[in-house]
Design a protein around this ligand. Structure first.
Ligand code: FES
Length: 109
């Protein structure tokens, strides 16, 4: 039996599922998508470990902001983000070091 599996993830981003549920959407072009899904779509990420980055919904992270979603960037886990409803996904992607595939800009190393 294998003791590890490889993934293509360059980074892992944790998104609070409970915050997302409380906002009932709030992101994406029509403002009706949950943050994790909207971000995955925005970055054209595949699913699972074949994706270039992992955007994972997790249980409550204990911050519970009003009108925002708690997000942890695995590469910068000391500063958590509180992402407000209708946040600009380009800006958020840049803060997370993730870039859309057609942007022509490589993520910071
Ligand atoms: S509900 Fe999201 S951090 Fe608690």
């Amino acid at each position: 039996m294998k003791d590890h599996v490889r993934s293509n993830w360059q980074n892992a981003v944790l998104v609070c599922r409970k915050c997302s549920k409380k906002l009932d959407g709030g992101f994406g072009p029509d403002g009706d998508e949950r943050l994790a899904k909207a971000l995955r779509k925005h970055l054209s990420l595949k699913k699972g470990r074949k994706a270039a980055a992992g955007i994972i919904e997790v249980n409550c992270l204990g911050v519970c902001p009003k009108g925002a979603v708690t997000v942890v960037n695995g590469a910068q886990s000391r500063d958590w983000l509180l992402v407000k409803r209708h946040a600009d996904l380009d800006e958020l992607s840049a803060m997370l070091g993730l870039t859309p595939p057609d942007s022509g800009v490589s993520p910071p190393v």
